[in-house]
Write a protein that binds this ligand. Sequence first.
Ligand SMILES: [Zn+2]
Ligand SMILES: [Zn+2]
Length: 350
Amino acid sequence: MTVLASGSKGNSTVISSGRTRVLVDAGLSCRELLRRMAIAGEDPAQLNAILITHEHHDHIDGLAVLARRLRIPVFFTEPTHRAWVRMLTPKTTMTYAKWLDHLQKEKAARAQATTAAIPVQELDAAATGAAQFEAIASISAEAATLDPLVNHSSADVEVEENEDVCDEEATAALPSSVKADPTYLPAVEYFRAGTPFSIGDIDISPFTTPHDAADPCGFVFESEGIRMAIATDLGYMPPNVKAALKRIDVLLLESNHDLEMLRDGPYPWSVKQRVLSRVGHLSNDATAEFLARDYDGGSAYIILGHISASNNNPALALLAAEQAIGGRMTLLGNRVLTADQAVPMEPISL
Ligand SMILES: [Zn+2]
Ligand SMILES: [Zn+2]
């Protein structure tokens, strides 16, 4: 396992066996992912596939460009793929005033066409439409505040320009109709949480995670008797996740926030509520509780990931996990590490 990045600004991890390599999530630009793979000694040309846990920006931002460039298939659940396509498909935008005006004109046209009185349900339909419009507007406003990557700064714009160069190389041989489609991928494969599948000699068991995305999941990977797992982006530890995380040799586990730092920190109240909810992220305490009560103690390495930059620090996460594991830490087992947002980790090989 090589964690290239972990945190709310981008996630990506390489899992490899003797003869198969997969990338889990592509939450940094293609260029940055390639740079980090070079630093970590991972050869992008050796990747066989990309697997996606869920469609949040910090897991998919470099996906299309990277998959096109490497010409490798992308594995999604069908709802996650659909959500991703929806995110990238340009919507026709209309201001509220324009939309009301449009509605009025339609209504006038219909009234002209018939001498009958305007039926009551038509007014209802307009009211329902307005409510829906407001709901959609508030959802997208919320999404914008939830995800720091949505609020593009000038630095992000620069990354996107670089990304275009990356994309040009990736799509040079493609017809222009395909180039214009931001959702084009060389190949898409669907899997379902709860149904194991294989890529090369890696057996993969996806499991459902409680998180506010279309169909989020984590993975257990098994090859040559070694088992590795990725369990980040989950609001709590449900029984199915506890059951999936048995006999794991290398475990990338979320330890997102310190409860006090989150409470006193800079996030707006609505975002704090979302992080704390049962479809948000695991706190240091929640992770420690899992490690103390449910974890079987059999891992060689536990990597704490998706550590919040605003509401946590690696030392706090590490302390909570180490206290929970207590006397079970040895030279060969239960070593606890933290994954970083800014730099790739040393590859962990068993
Ligand atoms: Zn995430
Ligand atoms: Zn997420």
